[in-house]
Ligand binder design. Structure first.
Ligand SMILES: C[S@@+](CC[C@H](N)C(=O)[O-])C[C@H]1O[C@@H](n2cnc3c(N)ncnc32)[C@H](O)[C@@H]1O
Length: 317
C-alpha cells in the first residue's frame, strides 16, 4: 500500500526534472543567448524565429515564474539563476521509475509544438491520443495515488463511489475494491478513454458503470460515500460549479478526495504546467485555497484533511 509521501515525493521530483528541461529548452532554442542581450519581449519573439509565438510567450512567462528571468523597464533580464537538484537520502526508496520515460516523451513534444500547436507528434489529446494517456495512467505513480485515495476515502466492498474524469485505468482499480455489493460510476468526457475502460471492465467482468459526460454537466442525483477527482480539476475552467455538484452528491459523512500538484503546496510547479499545457484543455493546477474557499462561499458544512501536500480530503459534515 502506497503512502501520501510517495505521491508527494514523486511530484517534487517531476517538478525538479521539469525545471532542468526548461533550462535545456532555453539553451537548445537559443533563447538564453538572446535573453543575454536584454531584449524586449517583442524583440525576442522576432529574433528566436520559432513559428509558435504563443508558446514562446508562455515559455518566457514560465521563466519569469521560476525567477530565471525578470522584466525591468520593459526589457527581459536573466537574473543569474542557479539551481541545485537535491534528493534527500530519506526519499531515495520512494522514487518510482516508470513515469520518467512518459515525461521524456512530453518534453520532446515541445520541440514540435514550437513549430505548430497542432503538430502530429504532440500526443496530449485525450481522444486522439488515448493510448498515450492510457500508458500515463497505468504507471506505478498512478497506482500509488489511487491506493492513497482508496485508503483516505475508506473504500471497501459495498462503497458507493463517483469518479469524475475517471480516465481508462481507475475504473478497473476502484471497481475491484467496491465489488458487486458496491457502486462505481466513472464519468469522463473522452469517448476513447471510456472505450478502453469499458473493454477492460467487460473483459474482467467488473461491476463498473461508465458514462460519457462533461464534468460541468453533472447533476447531483445519487448519494455517494466518496467522490474522486484525480488530476482532473486542472482541466476545468469553471471549477466552483463542478465542486458544488461533486459536494452535493456526497452522503453526510462522505468524502470528496482531490489529488493534484496544488499550486500552493508545491514550489515551482509552473515548470510542470508548461508541459501539461500541451493539452489544450489544461487550465493550470488548482490551489487548495481556491477549492476550500469555493466550498465555503457556497455555505457548505465540511471538514478538511491533508494526508499529503497533493491530497485534499473534504468531508461533508
Ligand atoms: C490526467 S487524466 C486522469 C484520469 C484519472 N482520474 C486518473 O487519475 O487516472 C484526466 C481525465 O479527466 C478527463 N477530463 C478532463 N476534463 C474533463 C471534463 N471537463 N469532464 C469530464 N472529464 C474530463 C479526461 O478525459 C481524462 O480522462
Amino acid at each position: 500500500m502506497s503512502s501520501p509521501r510517495v505521491v508527494d515525493t514523486n511530484i517534487d521530483h517531476m517538478v525538479r526534472i521539469a525545471i532542468l528541461q526548461i533550462v535545456s529548452l532555453g539553451t537548445k532554442h537559443g533563447i538564453f543567448s538572446l535573453l543575454a542581450k536584454e531584449p524586449t519581449l517583442q524583440e525576442l519573439l522576432d529574433r528566436v524565429g520559432l513559428p509558435n509565438r504563443a508558446l514562446l510567450v508562455k515559455f518566457v512567462s514560465t521563466l519569469q515564474d521560476l525567477r530565471i528571468v525578470e522584466v525591468r523597464a520593459g526589457r527581459l533580464h536573466l537574473n543569474g539563476f542557479s539551481y541545485t537538484l537535491e534528493i534527500p537520502p530519506d526519499k531515495y526508496d520512494l522514487l518510482l521509475p516508470d513515469w520518467v520515460s512518459i515525461h521524456e516523451e512530453i518534453y520532446r513534444m515541445v520541440d514540435y509544438a514550437f513549430i505548430t500547436p497542432t503538430h502530429p507528434h504532440i500526443l496530449m489529446d485525450f481522444d486522439k491520443d488515448a493510448d498515450f494517456w492510457d500508458m500515463r495512467m497505468s504507471t506505478s505513480f498512478a497506482r500509488a495515488y489511487r491506493e492513497v485515495m482508496a485508503d483516505v476515502a475508506d473504500l471497501g466492498p459495498g462503497s458507493a463511489v463517483l469518479d469524475i474524469g475517471c480516465g481508462s485505468v481507475s475504473p478497473e482499480f476502484f471497481g475491484r475494491i467496491v465489488g458487486y455489493d458496491g457502486l462505481y460510476l466513472g464519468l469522463d468526457y473522452s469517448p476513447a478513454l471510456l472505450e478502453i475502460a469499458r473493454s477492460r471492465a467487460e473483459e474482467k467482468n467488473l461491476p463498473v458503470s461508465l458514462k460519457e459526460l462533461d464534468a460541468r454537466l453533472i447533476r447531483p442525483v445519487n448519494e455517494y460515500d466518496a467522490v474522486l477527482m484525480s488530476f482532473v480539476l486542472e482541466y476545468i475552467p469553471d471549477r466552483a460549479k463542478v465542486l458544488k455538484n461533486a459536494f452535493e452528491t456526497l452522503k453526510s459523512g462522505g468524502k470528496l478526495v482531490i489529488v493534484e500538484p496544488f499550486r500552493d503546496a508545491f514550489e515551482n510547479v509552473s515548470a510542470l504546467e508548461f508541459f501539461e499545457a500541451l493539452n489544450r484543455d489544461f487550465t493550470g493546477f488548482p490551489t487548495v485555497r481556491e477549492v476550500t474557499r469555493a466550498l465555503e462561499k457556497m455555505g457548505f458544512d465540511f471538514k478538511t484533511e491533508r494526508p499529503g501536500r497533493s491530497i485534499l480530503v473534504v468531508e461533508k459534515v
